[in-house]
Design a protein around this ligand. Structure first.
Ligand SMILES: C[S@@+](CC[C@H](N)C(=O)[O-])C[C@H]1O[C@@H](n2cnc3c(N)ncnc32)[C@H](O)[C@@H]1O
Length: 300
């Protein structure tokens, strides 16, 4: 009975011609997830039992083959999009249009905007920008430093929408990880974007991604955020790279910058309440107590 159900699920997915149409990206994400977690993982579980039916091995190979066929469609799509970006033919609204064409306006996942969670938009952005294997960390973090976790892509899009960046702005992602925030902000707006990252292999990864896309307006600096030079920065983003005294030290550096020019700071995650307590910053939205909504602050 179980074998019959698995077999029929694989067949249903394989015979669904809509999944092979390139623009049906969200349906493909669901089908690939289903194959991975409801079929392949399930078969692997069954193979651990006593005397598993031999047929399961063929079914696992079938499921892996169908999954690969669907992934190949996405890989071809991402390679073409990367080539278009490299040639300078797909940035700003053109890129936004291409992403909407595949994922739709709501990210395809119907995620609630006040909780962390990833959706098809993240799968798309990861396919586009994070195509290489993620390297292992090489440096020991201090206890207040936060490990790499990526900002949900819908938050980066919201930031771009809310920030109304001007050509003369310089955007900083403080604690930039694998680099997708500065790269995406630069691609969507054209402004100069920089990432400050403590972990050298993450910085190398981000630089390689920017170089692969021929982007000269994005820079990644491998340093501790406490010692970075922010003298040209006007718009900053932090997805809680650190907490406590490190956060306070970096905010103090930004406060000093704000005495020379107005700066804006966008936050996401548990750092937002500490940022909202800074007397030199004013919150421009209602999200100063929301951990998983975009916090928007301007210097006074
Ligand atoms: C929560 S992740 C955010 C990553 C990135 N902003 C993104 O959304 O993809 C925090 C990042 O901050 C980095 N980080 C932690 N402490 C740091 C420090 N003192 N200076 C610079 N980067 C730091 C971590 O290595 C990690 O990549």
């Amino acid at each position: 009975m179980v074998i019959y159900k698995i077999q029929s699920d694989i067949k249903t997915i394989e015979k669904n011609s809509a999944l092979y149409e390139e623009t049906n990206f969200n349906s493909r994400v669901e089908a690939i997830d289903y194959l991975e977690f409801n079929i392949i993982d399930r078969i692997e579980g069954l193979l651990q039992t006593i005397n598993p039916p031999e047929k399961l091995i063929t079914l696992k190979q079938d499921a892996e083959r169908v999954k690969r066929q669907l992934e190949d469609i996405d890989n071809t799509l991402f390679q073409r999009l990367r080539a278009d970006i490299r040639d300078g033919g797909c940035t700003g609204t053109a890129l936004r249009g291409r992403i909407d064409e595949y994922v739709g306006h709501d990210g395809g996942g119907g995620q609630r905007h006040d909780e962390i969670g990833y959706d098809s938009l993240d799968v798309f952005i990861n396919g586009l920008l994070l195509s290489q294997a993620v390297p292992l960390e090489t440096k020991a973090r201090e206890p207040e430093m936060v490990a790499y976790q990526q900002t949900p892509a819908r938050i980066i899009f919201e930031l771009v929408e809310q920030a109304h960046l001007r050509r003369e702005d310089v955007f900083y992602d403080v604690g930039s990880g694998l680099g997708q925030v500065p790269i995406l902000v630069h691609l969507l707006t054209g402004v100069a974007a920089k990432g400050i990252e403590f972990e050298p292999v993450y910085c190398d990864y981000a630089r390689a991604c920017a170089a692969d896309l021929n982007l000269s307006g994005v820079e990644f600096i491998n340093t501790d955020a406490r010692t970075a030079d922010y003298s040209d920065g006007t718009v900053f983003f932090m997805y809680t790279p650190f907490a406590g005294s490190i956060l306070q030290d970096v905010l103090e550096k930004l406060r000093r910058e704000s005495q020379k020019r107005r700066i804006r700071l966008f936050t996401y995650g548990p750092c937002t309440p500490q940022v909202s307590r800074q007397s030199w910053l004013k919150c421009l939205d209602q999200n100063e107590d929301h951990l998983y909504k975009l916090g928007i602050f301007t210097s006074l």
